[in-house]
Design a protein around this ligand. Structure first.
Ligand code: ATP
Ligand code: MG
Length: 502
């Protein structure tokens, strides 16, 4: 039933295939199928208890599905624990550390995750590689040697200066080789030989110049001294190009790059400031988090999740605790953030307006099932059933009969519409959005009726017009009086015909 969005340019990042979840006897997810693209803002929308959080927790790896698969880039990640998944989560209640300030709350994720994480990844690769080598090695002493080797390498990886130390070891080896008469010819040729010959040429030129000088007057000695100085300098350079010295200089250079705790802290600080800036919290770095407003705390939570640069950010009703104005502001900011950071957001809300304004793709859920997947426009204009139609904004929903293609009967009138492909005389439901109905003078529209309620909604009036069969809700900026006799009308493409779902 789900209408798939086909967009050739997009690549599927995450896919749920027939995911179900039961807690004991209670089945809370009944076979979800969903594709999420890279850089997409996807919203899970549905009433309380419909399974939104459970779905998100399954994607994040905090809950195991009862059956079905979660794919990431086409690979099954069911077995992958939460901390290894390419996602980060902002939970419904934003669990900040009250005893830490804003800076430390944001730095936290980085402190625990970054280095260890990368190191862990490298170690796993290394172990994989060595396991194969060890398995294929028949000789038991060599096996032991390999095991020792991998152990040493693991120790090295755990060291923050691992790569530099590796480079130094290589140079030391080359230096050692040099002693033993093994010369890295390529290095000699490329890096040194050419330079040496150039320097030598220069020296020869100066010498020749001195020899052939015609004018050997008083100044000559002075010039000679200067030139000889120059020659010495060039000769020293040649000496410096001697390979051994070259290696030593390189080793020194690498040693100078060793990462110290101070440097690490500075890099971290820079990054934390960058992300606090991104969520508009510059200047709040050293405030205690319990002295922040709800919206500010929310931003801290978002910065903390973003700083690890996840591919996917999972947000479980992150704006629920905010008042309307702040929520609207944050909606806008989050959307901007998503666009700028270029990551996939999976966002949960039970507010239809929030879902429609923020999302590229909306997934409407009810009772553990996906009802409809589509763009906000699709969902709003072409709701697939009564649940979606009534959940997404106010609607007039009317039982009707599809007489034939483009012909629908309701309230005793045959209406022209734009839908086709139903069986003849199929029972259907029709949805007409309140803003699509116009009020005309009595006798000029499709149904006559009486204005029986008027509510001012800020931008428009919500007017109830009672006709022979029902009361239609209409949104209009025109003013009418209660008790006024009017007529209502709508266009063929304002009538949205829906199948009846059991
Ligand atoms: N750990 C659990 N054990 C038992 N039942 C659970 C558990 N977690 C969730 N449920 C049940 O699963 C159903 C779906 O819960 P879920 O939290 O996914 O809903 P939701 O859509 O996020 O709702 P809300 O909008 O209220 O947050 C609910 O009936 C809930 O009671
Ligand atoms: Mg929830």
């Amino acid at each position: 039933m789900n209408k798939e969005i086909v967009n050739k340019d997009d690549t599927t990042l995450i896919e749920l295939v027939d995911v179900t979840k039961a807690f004991g006897e209670q089945v809370v997810l009944k076979g979800l199928n969903l594709k999420i693209n890279s850089n997409e803002f996807v919203t899970l929308l549905g009433p309380s208890g419909c399974g939104k959080t459970t779905t998100l927790r399954i994607i994040g790896g905090f809950v195991e599905p009862s059956s079905g698969q979660v794919l990431f880039n086409g690979k099954d990640i069911n077995e992958m624990p939460a901390h290894k998944r390419p996602s980060n989560t902002v939970f419904q209640r934003y669990s900040l550390f009250p005893h830490l300030d804003v800076f430390e709350n944001v730095a936290f994720g980085l402190r625990v995750k970054s280095r260890e994480f990368q190191a862990q990844y490298k170690i796993e690769r290394l172990v994989e590689e060595y396991d194969k080598l060890i398995e294929n090695e028949k000789d038991s002493t060599k096996k032991k040697e390999l095991k020792k080797e991998v152990e040493e390498k693991i120790q090295l990886i755990k060291d923050p200066n691992f790569e530099l130390k590796q480079k130094i070891n290589e140079l030391k080896q080359k230096s050692e080789d040099l002693k033993n008469g093994i010369v890295d010819a390529s290095l000699l040729k490329e890096e040194n030989a050419l330079k040496i010959s150039k320097l030598q040429n220069e020296i020869d030129r100066i010498k020749l110049e001195l020899k052939t000088a015609l004018d050997k007057s008083n100044d000559y000695n002075k010039i000679k001294k200067e030139k000889q100085k120059e020659i010495k300098k060039l000769q020293a350079e040649i000496k410096n190009l001697d390979l051994k010295r070259y290696y030593q200089a390189e080793i020194k250079k690498y040693r100078r790059q060793f990462e110290t705790p101070k440097m690490r802290e500075e890099a971290l600080k820079k990054k934390v400031f960058q992300y606090l800036n991104l969520v508009g919290l510059q200047g709040y770095e050293y405030r205690s988090v319990d002295k922040l407003s709800g919206g500010q705390q929310q931003r801290v939570a978002i910065a903390r999740a973003l700083i690890n640069e996840p591919k996917v950010l999972l947000l479980d009703e992150p704006l629920a605790a905010l008042d309307l104005k702040l929520r609207q502001e944050m909606q806008y900011e989050l959307k901007e953030l998503q666009r700028n950071a270029g990551i996939t957001f999976i966002f949960i809300t039970h507010e239809q307006e929030e879902a429609l304004t923020m999302s590229d793709k909306v997934v409407v859920m009810n009772e553990g099932e996906i009802q409809q997947i589509g763009t906000p426009e699709d969902i709003y204009n072409e709701p697939i059933n009564r649940f979606v139609a009534s959940f997404i904004g106010e609607s007039n929903i009317v039982e009707a009969v599809m007489l034939d293609d483009y012909k629908v009967l309701f309230d005793d009138v045959i209406h022209e519409c734009v839908d086709k492909g139903f069986s003849k005389n199929e029972q259907v439901e029709v949805v007409i959005r309140p803003e699509d109905i116009d009020i005309l003078p009595k006798g000029k529209g499709k149904f006559d009726g009486i204005v029986d309620s008027i509510i001012f909604k800020g931008v428009h009036y919500e007017i109830g017009v009672t006709t022979k069969y029902r009361t239609y809700i209409i949104h209009t900026t025109d003013h009418h009086l209660e008790g006024e006799k009017v007529s209502i009308t709508f266009q063929p493409d304002d009538i949205h015909v829906m199948e009846i779902w059991e």
